[in-house]
Design a protein around this ligand. Sequence first.
Ligand code: NIG
Ligand code: FE
Length: 389
Amino acid sequence: MTRGSLLVDHIGELVTNDGRDGDPLGVRRDAALLIEDGEVAWTGPARHAPAADRRIDAGGAAVLPGFVDSHAHLVFAGDRAAEFAARMAGEPYTGGGIRTTVGATRAASDDALRATVGRLRAEMLRQGTTTVEIKSGYGLNVADEARSLRIAAEFTGDTTFLGAHVVPAEYADRPDDYVGLVCGPMLAAATPYARWIDVFCERGAFDADHARAILACGQAAGLGVRLHANQLGPGPGVRLGVEMGAASVDHCTHLTDADVDALAGSETVATLLPGAEFSTRSPYPDARRLLDAGVTVALATDCNPGSSYTSSMPFCVALAVREMRMTPAEAVWAATAGGAAALRRTDVGRLTPGARADLIVLDAPSHLHLAYRPGVPLIRRVLHNGVPR
Ligand code: NIG
Ligand code: FE
């Protein structure tokens, strides 16, 4: 945080996400925004802009809240480019490659893991992401899950314990024992570094009974609940997440009407991860169906070396618009305010007085260009806590 005030002036289109006047994006034209002590202090018409110690001229461009990437697996070693190439040649994605990354992650030094998280975090920031959630899940033993979270906590407050990613090979024939380990010593070692608990609830990973038991232990230890659900096929995950008051159920690729109804009557956000469908060549989730039912939708990258090795929220926004029938406004909201809702945060994902001064100046006159000009580096400037990055 820097002291003194900073005025961002000549904003052609300011996306505030204030939800006023029936416009979820809360767009203001010809606007200015004042930052004090790392927070938004004022927004309004440029002609009424107050004096400030310093000034940034947005030159008529669009200014948006920084992206909130509420789902990322950044603590890992190695990559799985060959697995990706095999998929593009017709192999299906099963999640079986997770164990490959577990082997590489266990063998890596703390510094190597920290360097990878730092590299990906920097990559994200350059693409406009100012808040990121980071999961463990490639350690899958007490020491490696704890150190994954310790390293993740160096980069974000939104750390998630995903010891229940898959059952590791050494427990393959005794999954109940692994659930006992996750709920016992692993959770105890993880809790000091974690805000959230997550389970991969899917055929081949954890069933509903195991997932419920693990999430309940996490809740009892003070962690918030989130869940990987209904990614590879229909299943009980989404309804389990709603039943347990999860902040978010993530993927939501295969949903029944009962799943959609459960979400619609709940506070649980549906987080869609189109990078995963892109990289596994799978059908995309039907965002339109969720939005029309009144479900709160978030977009996130799922950045990980297996199913979605992208760190780019603009790419996910473009995919959501082109492939998931979201309007550009819905996609931008989902990538900012939606991500904040998925993390139960009110200080990010909006540009209204009191919010953290996390914002993007686009190299474009409107938010529409994020989907209209896919693959183009449109993030001209990023301010994080009011500080230009
Ligand atoms: O969210 N679905 C489970 N976990 C990750 C993939 C992890 C991997 O393939 O390494 C996901 O897609
Ligand atoms: Fe994931």
